[in-house]
Design a protein around this ligand. Sequence first.
Ligand code: HEC
Ligand code: HEC
Length: 204
Amino acid sequence: MTEIKKLLVTAGVAALVALPAASLADGAAIAKEKCAACHGDDGNSSDPKVPNIAGFSAVTIVDMLEEYRSGDRKGDKYKPKNGDETDMNAVAKDLNEADSEAVAAYYAGKAFKKAPNKFDAKLAKKGAKIHDKRCEKCHSEGGSLADDDAAILAGQWKEYLQHQFAKLSADERPMPKKMKKKFKKLNDDQKAALIEFYASGGGK
Ligand code: HEC
Ligand code: HEC
């Protein structure tokens, strides 16, 4: 290898290593200051009303923050035990683009922990079949694959899921057109079964 090539290779590696490290450092500080009281230090919340966001893809988190910032998605007011009441719309408005990307990268790098939900195993089995037919295309591996950029459903807090299913059903939260087509065809029993399936951990 020529000297100049060696130099380029070394510089390239250094740049690759340095970039995410810099955003991770910022992201951790932002998370601690602005998110952790509700979502937990590692993005796994201890309150069933607050979703786990650890391990979501960074793209998903950035997109979701944008939906809150624009007001397309309305967040509920929430008061953590050790903090002030606010909602995700106000939280997102307080972040610029670089902050959003840094904090998203931080939580994307944490491991999603399945919530300790109670569930009905029989209904969950029924839900698995409905999921495979209608939802697996975008929420693959039973709703557990972050790379789909469609959140993680498998092992999410059940109470949060129930609330979001209700909001999606009442058109109080936007969703992708192709998801809407499938979601609108579900009846209440099918939705209940799907929630049990995701609450069970997704089965995969
Ligand atoms: C005061 C509590 C609170 C704080 C602080 C907070 N969140 Fe949230 N977050 C929530 C609640 C509650 C929801 C549930 C959904 C809703 O109301 O739309 C949520 C939802 C989300 C979602 C959507 C998750 C999903 O599965 O759809 C993302 C992403 C998110 N928060 C990221 C963040 C980030 C990043 C921060 C810090 C910059 C933050 N939140 C700060 C309470 C909070
Ligand atoms: C065309 C792809 C697609 C299909 C099909 C689809 N989804 Fe989704 N789903 C998404 C995307 C993308 C998101 C993230 C949306 C956002 O940013 O809020 C999402 C979000 C969700 C959420 C909210 C998760 C959270 O963390 O708040 C639920 C619940 C959900 N989908 C359930 C379903 C169910 C049930 C089906 C099958 C009936 C389904 N989806 C089919 C793409 C899809």
